[in-house]
Design a protein around this ligand. Structure first.
Ligand SMILES: Cc1cc2nc3c(=O)[nH]c(=O)nc-3n(C[C@H](O)[C@H](O)[C@H](O)COP(=O)(O)OP(=O)(O)OC[C@H]3O[C@@H](n4cnc5c(N)ncnc54)[C@H](O)[C@@H]3O)c2cc1C
Length: 475
């Protein structure tokens, strides 16, 4: 493999895919290089899924600017690219009159950052909005513009839109080194060399490694793990807003929130770890998360927990994102910790404008600005559902009973571009295995569909990357 592209993006997380989507508006040959088997396989798959209003970041920082613009873009894009988003609003709780200056500071920051519909309300007003809140809440910051999103759905929407506009994706390809060579970059991967005029570093927790390969100004990403508890949909309406506490030393603290799919999410913790890929969950962090969340909402029914998971933040000592051209034609999107999910489309837009201007690239005339998501058949109106099942009986064959996911939807997930090639890819696209039984019942049927559609034996179907096969070859 020795190919040439105008732009190579290293990393297929939400930031890399947002950059790919934004760049695909221009007449440029763009490639996304991802070391895993699918997009949305890193931090973008494991976070709180909150579209932050933008009052937390320090005014003037890139975090503040990208957060507010990103939240605005997500509201628009959720409609044109058809991914799940809900503007549910958020509350930051204050439990002690002495902490009111901290709450006021967040309000002031929000105003400076340009956040609309912000107000400080009393404890009683907060409880009128959210009856499950603790009686100890004395005041709260209400941000009506905050929202919740499906982080997978949004990343796939960006990737599919980019692909429909000509962006190529290369999976299971790890970038080992990048070096500049007479006006271009040579990207050395474990599958050979790729040449590009420009490079975007969107490698998440590994963005320091990619940055340091080309820059003398070294950076270090601190891997900061956050653990969560996810509760059954039966209790997803315990609160309707996202409930934060006043932020602490390690960030925004423990939240309680509904998800766009109707679950209740509680977390995250914040622990610095040595192994950037260590997404284990621990009894200690789970206990802290559970106990802290009870301060906000004392009635959380933890007996309805269906799973726990963790994600790793890419934290930089400076506390801000790095989004700039650090060398001629080499662009960083490094240290993109929270609110990186919210900020992603703004980061993509910003980088694409920089790159297109530098390359003198024109906007495409035939650019496609829409994308249709995979229909969740069981949620369609009865007439439409019946019509679809008549057209394709696979939509009537329910494979995942907890989330009512049909065989037809799984086939759709596999046929998308980029499509699912693993169980996790299917799960994140159509929610097969996301429900109460956590894939306990539907995995064999999903493996059979993947094997049939990919034309491989069931023994070769993986959970995610090669080596994660679920069925042992018979002797
Ligand atoms: C606990 C937690 C809670 C959070 N909550 C929120 C929230 O509620 N709202 C919000 O806005 N943000 C939140 N965030 C932040 C948000 O999730 C991240 O900022 C965002 O997902 C980062 O996206 P990314 O594309 O930069 O990184 P990633 O999603 O990690 O993508 C980077 C990709 O690069 C690939 N890669 C790495 N090295 C190489 C290589 N050498 N070659 C090829 N590919 C490579 C990886 O496999 C990965 O797929 C949270 C983060 C955490 C951890």
């Amino acid at each position: 493999m020795n190919e040439f592209y105008d732009v190579c993006i290293i990393g297929g997380g939400v930031v890399g895919c947002a950059a790919a989507m934004a760049l695909s508006k221009y007449d440029l040959r763009v490639m996304v290089i991802e070391k895993e088997e699918d997009v949305c396989s890193g931090t973008s798959k494991a976070n709180s899924a909150i579209v932050h209003a933008g009052f937390d970041a320090v005014p003037g920082t890139l975090k503040a600017k990208m957060n507010v613009r990103g939240a605005e873009l997500i509201r628009q894009l959720s409609k044109t690219l058809d991914f799940p988003y809900r503007q549910n609003g958020s509350l930051v709780l204050c439990f002690d009159e002495h902490d009111m200056p901290k709450l006021n500071e967040l309000y002031e920051r929000g105003i400076k950052n340009g956040v609309s519909e912000l107000s400080i309300i009393s404890g009683n007003e907060a409880r009128a909005l959210e009856p499950a809140l603790s009686g100890k809440v004395v005041a709260a910051l209400l941000a009506k513009s905050a929202g919740i999103v499906c982080p997978f759905g949004m990343t796939y929407a960006f990737a599919e839109n980019a692909a429909s506009n000509g962006v190529q994706f290369r999976f299971l390809t790890e970038v080992k080194d990048v070096r500049s060579d007479g006006g271009k970059y040579i990207i050395n991967t474990d599958k050979g060399e790729i040449n590009a005029k420009s490079v975007v570093n969107a490698a998440g927790v590994y963005s320091d490694k990619i940055h340091n390969a080309v820059s003398d100004d070294k950076i270090k990403v601190i891997a900061r793990r956050g653990e969560y508890v996810l509760l059954d949909r039966e209790v997803g309406d315990l609160v309707s807003h996202t409930i934060f506490q006043l932020p602490g030393k390690y960030g925004k603290g423990v939240l309680v929130s509904p998800t766009v799919h109707g679950n209740l999410i509680v977390g995250p913790s914040a622990d610095d770890i040595d192994d950037k890929d260590d997404t284990e969950t621990t009894a200690a962090a789970t206990a802290i998360v559970k106990e802290t969340a009870l301060l906000s909402v004392p009635s959380i029914p933890y007996n309805k927990t269906i799973t726990g998971f963790s994600g790793v933040r890419a934290h930089l000592e400076t506390g801000d994102f790095i989004i700039s051209e650090i060398k001629d034609g080499f662009y960083d999107a490094a240290g993109i910790e929270s609110p990186g999910l919210t900020a992603a489309p703004a980061i993509g837009e910003y980088l694409a404008e920089l790159i297109a201007k530098k390359c003198g690239a024109e906007q495409k005339k035939n650019y496609i600005n829409t994308r249709k998501g995979i229909p969740h058949v069981s949620e369609l109106p009865p007439d439409e559902r019946t019509r679809l099942i008549k057209q394709n009986p696979k939509y009537g064959n329910i494979i995942c009973r907890c989330e009512s996911v049909s065989e037809g939807e799984i086939v759709d997930a596999i046929k998308r571009v980029p499509g699912a090639v693993s169980l996790d890819g299917v799960k994140r696209r159509v929610r097969q295995g996301m429900g109460r039984c956590q894939a306990g019942f539907c995995t064999p049927a999903a493996i059979a569909v993947l094997a049939r559609e990919l034309g491989i034996p069931e023994e070769q179907v993986t959970k995610n990357r090669p080596g994660s096969e679920q069925i042992k070859e018979s002797l």
